[in-house]
Design a protein around this ligand. Structure first.
Ligand SMILES: Nc1ncnc2c1ncn2[C@@H]1O[C@H](COP(=O)(O)OP(=O)(O)OP(=O)(O)O)[C@@H](O)[C@H]1O
Length: 273
């Protein structure tokens, strides 16, 4: 159970997040939407303590994690893994070593310095890569992979921590539509098969509608919508995005449906060969 209560972050005179309040009773896949500067990243970063809250609290299963320090804070961060738009991998390092970095929190400095990983961790890393469909990339340098593959490496690194919650800050914003779809499907599967909570900042409405059970809409630091995709009408979307009457959902689209049609066409032509 995650309880976010009046969570606030002030930067000078600017309230990046203004008394955000919501509860997640069971593992859910949640999309956070809103225009640029609405406070989405700051909200996520406060949840896993990359950014400190000015006020309010984050409580997980009855424990307030907002003021944890030192080892307790690091322990919380490993239970609440974060993935980023720019992947945050070590480009010159091979894929499997990047994934093994997910275990850094529980390894000694000496073991880290000499890149000493237990066999069991290496096996687990390969298993996770296999699950994400990229095991054959394990020995390659990460920089040689496509953006979609790199984001799956970042997801694998997060899974190495065996987190209860995965926070994804614009995970598909740098990807083409096909890779965006593969990454969103991977996050959805992890949610469904492992029962992990996923909270993803998404800049496109159709992605949130398609993959999430619940959508949180932010505007000017405040949560202005919290409901199911079905409850998110075009009128509400217009309010969240602060758009005029000419607002159209297509303008926030990644064209995933178009892509579906293209992929179907490829499948049909493959079947004919
Ligand atoms: N470190 C900081 N110092 C000062 N102001 C900040 C800082 N981080 C964020 N802000 C401000 O807080 C507000 C919310 O920013 P945030 O990055 O959380 O929004 P966002 O919805 O994630 O936007 P985007 O989609 O562009 O990433 C913005 O006005 C931003 O300029």
């Amino acid at each position: 159970m995650l309880e976010v209560n009046s969570l606030t972050r002030q930067y000078g005179s600017k309230r990046a997040v203004d008394r955000a309040t919501f509860t997640v009773a069971q593992p859910t896949m949640i999309g956070v939407i809103g225009r640029s500067g609405a406070g989405k990243s700051t909200l996520l970063r406060m949840l896993n303590r990359l950014t400190d809250a000015t006020d309010g609290s984050v409580t997980v299963n009855g424990r307030n994690v907002t003021r944890l320090t030192g080892a307790a804070r690091r322990e919380w961060q490993s239970r609440c893994a974060m993935i980023f738009q720019q992947f945050n991998l070590v480009p010159r390092l091979d894929v499997v070593s990047n994934v093994l970095h997910g275990t850094l929190n529980r390894r000694s400095t000496l073991a880290t310095m000499f890149n000493l990983y237990p066999q069991s961790d290496i096996h687990r890393a390969i298993e996770i890569l296999d699950r994400l469909g990229i095991a054959e990339q394990a020995p390659k340098r990460t920089e040689a992979l496509s953006g979609g593959q790199q984001q799956r490496v970042a997801i694998a690194r997060a899974l190495m921590q065996d987190p209860e919650i995965i926070l994804a800050d614009e995970p598909i914003a740098s990807l083409d539509p096909m890779n965006a779809q593969v990454v969103m499907q991977a996050l959805r599967r992890i949610h469904e098969e492992d029962g992990r909570m996923v909270i993803a900042n998404l800049h496109t409405l159709d992605t949130a509608r398609r993959y999430c059970d619940r959508v949180i809409g932010m505007r000017d630091g405040r949560i202005v919508f919290d409901g199911t995709p079905a409850q998110l009408t075009t009128g509400i979307a217009r309010e969240i995005y602060g758009a005029g009457a000419d607002f159209s959902e297509a303008a926030t689209s990644t064209e995933i449906e178009t892509l579906d049609r293209e992929m179907e066409a490829v499948r049909v032509s493959d079947a004919l060969v």
